[in-house]
Design a protein around this ligand. Structure first.
Ligand code: NAD
Ligand code: UD1
Length: 338
């Protein structure tokens, strides 16, 4: 089976490509390197000892998409290509809606032209806004997103529902990721944020390499076990495997619109993360507690049962694995790029 992976050079796309190749799928990647590096492609080949086709360009470009679909018999698409920085999306809403929504419209229209009707889409737990109940099930209300990034995911989810309503031959799987962290065990691929990281794990990693001086813990007065924010961290390799399961389900059912949370169902606090990172990696993380970050919520974790039941997906890697692999990648990357 031939899969088009858009954004395949990125953090989650690269790990998913590794799992696809290891499971004997053929892969075609489209990426414009707006948030990734060419060396990732070589590293995927090193890890898997397998090859894949690559096209450099922008997913908004229908001419390029037509070229890809006419040169390759694509059976399904996994779409990772998007911008993902929440803060930046507030500054640049037009760029975010263009890159996260208009690109999907280009993709869907060319998929239809070529009668390719299977799609796995990267959504986010951010579509639940400030969740009404914890753990969050797929039935929980979506909306009340607080930034253009989150709203762009909500818009695409609605577009996909409308496309499915108009054409029941589509098989669409919307995956709502919780907090992906960690890296491939080889240390060859991982998360490389541009500029100062906004998310916690890359920040911790850069405090560990001493590139950054100190971690600011955003609030210790939440109504949680130790006062710091609680999240559902999921190992990126588990998340990647979730995509294989979603593809298998689409192949089995052929048609339908499916929505799944991809998380572990377990919440860890910021202090849990810092302590585990220090323990398993034998490093010290300097931190100070500061004011809460605007827009943050106290607790967010998934009810993962639907994915367990319908996809047979259970995240297997624990917080220690996440912290070890993140540090293994960061050290290697830091040494090679300083
Ligand atoms: P990433 O930035 O590492 O990967 C995205 C890739 O897409 C990059 O390689 C980038 O160069 C490419 N790209 C972006 N726009 C493109 C375009 N118009 N045409 C071609 N290529 C383009 O991000 P990621 O963390 O791997 O996230 C992948 C997807 O998962 C995104 O849709 C993101 O919104 C979603 N997501 C990520 C997280 C997370 O915490 N990382 C959480 C929830 C959802
Ligand atoms: C962020 C995004 C969300 C996205 C998710 C997964 C925001 C507001 N939301 O969620 O849209 O779906 O990532 O990628 O950015 N923290 C610190 N110090 C830091 C950074 C974070 O204490 O320097 C805390 C936060 O307060 C939070 C936890 O760490 O409690 C996790 O934060 P982060 O990694 O940014 O993820 P989310 O805010 O959950």
């Amino acid at each position: 089976m031939k899969i088009l992976v858009t954004g395949g050079a990125g953090y989650i796309g690269s790990h998913t490509t590794v799992e696809l190749l290891n499971n004997n799928y053929e892969v075609v990647i489209l990426d414009n390197f707006s948030n990734s590096r060419k060396e990732v492609l070589e590293n995927i080949k090193k890890i898997t000892a397998k090859d894949f086709k690559f096209y450099e360009g922008d997913m908004i470009d229908k001419k390029l998409l037509r070229k890809i679909f006419s040169e390759n018999q694509i059976d399904a698409v996994i779409d990772f290509a998007a911008f993902k920085a929440v803060g930046e999306s507030v500054e640049k809403p037009i760029e975010y809606y263009t890159n996260n929504v208009s690109t999907v419209l280009s993709l869907l229209s060319v998929m239809k032209e070529f009668n390719c009707k299977k799609l796995v889409f990267s959504s986010s737990a951010t579509v639940y806004g400030n969740p009404e109940v914890i753990p969050i099930t797929e039935e929980c209300k979506t909306g009340n997103t607080t930034n253009p990034y989150g709203t762009s995911k909500l818009f695409v989810e609605q577009i996909l529902k409308d496309v499915y309503t108009s054409d029941n031959d589509f098989g669409i799987s919307i995956l709502r990721y919780f907090n992906p962290i960690g890296a491939h065990e080889s240390g060859l691929i991982g998360e490389v944020p541009t500029g100062i990281p906004a998310n916690i794990m890359p920040y911790i990693s850069k405090v560990a390499t001493k590139e950054l001086e100190i971690l600011s813990v955003f609030g210790d007065d939440y109504d949680t076990k130790d006062g710091t924010g609680v999240r559902d961290y999921i190992h990126v390799v588990d998340l990647a495997i979730g995509h294989i399961k979603a593809l298998e389900k689409l192949n089995k059912e052929n048609k339908g619109l499916f929505i799944y949370n991809l998380g572990t169902g377990v919440g860890y606090s910021v202090f849990d993360l810092i302590k585990t990172f220090e323990k398993v990696n034998n490093v010290k993380i300097n931190y100070k507690v500061v004011e809460r970050r605007k827009g943050d919520i106290a607790t967010c974790y998934s009810d993962p049962q639907k994915a367990q039941k319908e996809l047979g997906f259970t995240a297997k890697r624990n917080l220690e694995d996440m912290c070890k692999s993140a540090w293994n990648f960061e050290k290697k990357y830091h040494d090679e790029h300083k």
